[in-house]
Design a protein around this ligand. Structure first.
Ligand code: SF4
Length: 211
């Protein structure tokens, strides 16, 4: 008998685009900067603002030697701009003249980089297995009963244990897209949801008793 998570994967695979990308940069360092910038804002805003950032500071060295006020001015509409500017400059300093690490512990040791950012980098840039837990992903897998925790580290561990590693990254991106388009935080589209027959939260969400 197939697991529920395999059923979810199969249904989402049938309705999702072949390639799902939210951040446009393909250059590894710029992509890492985009993920750092994406906290508490939309990927669309990051794609627009980072274009201007990389015109002013095209590489690690120029960003490592940047005046923080200039960086803040460019990225201020993304929110938390002082912290983000500080992290970007520190990140550039840490990586100036060096290769970007290729494993989660080393990536997480970089300024401004947490597990979500590290997993985005592994999956998107390196093509390695990665479970990316953000707010959309956490909400959807909880509603589907695939995990029973709010803790991103626990969610990542449980999804890793339930699904073969070759499916982790695509599952992350499909669930994320599904959370953005169908299983919204408020007003999820349960009546037309392709996962409704598998979802234990369908009625609870409708009555407003599930998160
Ligand atoms: S039935 Fe509703 S709560 Fe469940 S996955 Fe679909 S949209 Fe989300």
């Amino acid at each position: 008998m197939r697991n529920v998570i395999d059923e979810v994967y199969s249904i989402l695979d049938g309705i999702s685009p072949k390639e799902i990308r939210f951040l446009r940069e393909r250059d590894p360092f710029r992509f890492l900067c985009q993920v750092v910038l994406s906290a508490q804002t939309t990927d669309e805003a990051v794609n627009v603002v980072s274009k201007a950032l990389f015109v002013a500071f095209p590489d690690k060295h120029s960003l490592a030697t940047a005046d923080s006020r200039e960086v803040e001015e460019i990225i201020h509409r993304l929110g938390f701009f002082r912290t983000k500017a500080k992290h970007l400059i520190e990140l550039a300093k840490a990586l100036d003249g060096k290769d970007i690490p290729r494993d989660i512990p080393s990536l997480c040791a970089l300024p401004g980089v947490g597990r979500k950012t590290a997993n985005c980098y592994l999956g998107d840039i390196l093509g390695q297995p990665a479970v990316i837990v953000d707010t959309h992903f956490g909400r959807v897998v909880r509603r589907l009963g695939l995990v029973d925790s709010d803790d991103p580290t626990v969610i990542e561990r449980e999804i890793r244990a339930s699904l073969e590693s070759g499916k982790w990254y695509r599952f992350s991106m499909m669930v994320n897209l599904f959370g953005r388009t169908i299983c919204h935080a408020r007003n999820p589209q349960c009546s037309t949801c392709p996962l409704a027959t598998l979802c234990p939260s369908k009625d609870a969400v409708r009555k407003g008793t599930s998160t």
